[in-house]
Design a protein around this ligand. Structure first.
Ligand code: ADP
Ligand code: MG
Length: 263
């Protein structure tokens, strides 16, 4: 029973090798400008169902803008984005569908400060999904259990540590039963001693077969968990490969330089 409410997520055959699965994210030649600033330049990316992609790159290279385009938080001017078969056009119905299927976790946890942890988790499933309160409440407890803080349900965000708040933010996103989870530097605002507890939750999530795109500077996490790494620089994907390829045998000078600065 608990299993049923906590392990929501995308139903697909995990035994099919990654390479043979279909693409859940399809970005073709995406271009975006902020005024005169060309922030995304012909970005093309296909992500398989259940794939974990880590996005690396220097500050200002367009990583946040890119993952925000994937759930319609940023408009694009050219190109196409299709998420699990739904085109991210300006049609509001499509954007709603995609937002429901796509959970997002930000650097600043963005919890509602005036609501208890439990309410934070229950809000969207009740109002957006329109699921019954009893089901949603059960789910909230199961998810808090899963992220290791069931005892915090009735507290307010301000009473929790940063690491705990970020775990709540992950639980809150999962409560919507998304098919894709987007993480934008989820550990960058945390004190060092709290980083591991959040990365551990993300690792567990990856093992369940969740499709994940993770912008991060945590190289150990990328190395261990990513199926694929992409490197952004000046609005372009300049290199992509497995962790082994990227870390041991980078092709581009720019990748070598970036890795030498960060490792
Ligand atoms: P990253 O996440 O890799 O640090 P961002 O996607 O945040 O990069 O930013 C890419 C570029 O777009 C930067 O030059 C940044 O200053 C600019 N930028 C980001 N958001 C906005 C915005 N809302 N308006 C104007 N420029 C922006
Ligand atoms: Mg960013």
């Amino acid at each position: 029973q608990t299993e049923e409410v906590s392990t929501a997520l995308d139903k697909f055959d995990h035994d099919i090798p990654l390479a043979e699965r279909d693409d859940i994210i399809n970005c073709e030649n995406v271009n975006k400008w902020f005024g005169d600033l060309h922030v995304l330049k012909d970005v093309t990316l296909h992500v398989k169902r259940g794939e974990v992609v880590c996005v690396l790159g220097p500050s200002g290279s367009g990583k946040s803008t890119f993952i925000r385009t994937l759930n319609g938080l940023e408009e694009i001017q050219q190109g196409t984005i299709t998420i699990d078969g739904t085109s991210l056009s300006n049609e509001i119905k499509n954007i709603d569908t995609i937002r429901r299927e796509t959970g997002m976790v930000f650097q600043q946890f963005n919890l509602f400060p005036h609501m208890t942890i439990k309410k934070n988790i229950m809000l969207s499933p009740m109002w957006v999904r329109k699921w019954a309160k009893s089901k949603v409440e059960k789910k909230a407890f199961a998810l808090l259990e899963r992220v290791g803080i069931p005892e915090q349900a009735d507290k307010y965000p301000g009473q929790l540590s940063g690491g705990q708040q970020q775990r709540v933010a992950i639980a809150r996103a999962l409560a919507m039963e998304p098919k894709i989870m987007l993480f934008d530097e989820p550990t960058s605002a945390l004190d060092p001693e709290m980083i591991k507890e959040v990365l551990d939750v993300m690792k567990e999530l990856a093992k369940t077969g969740m499709t994940m795109i993770v912008v991060t500077h945590e190289m150990n996490f990328a190395q261990e968990v990513a199926d694929r790494i992409i490197l952004f620089d000046q609005g372009k994907i300049i290199e992509t490969g497995t962790p082994g390829e990227m870390f041991n045998n980078p092709k581009h000078e720019r990748t070598k330089l970036f890795l030498s600065q960060i490792l």
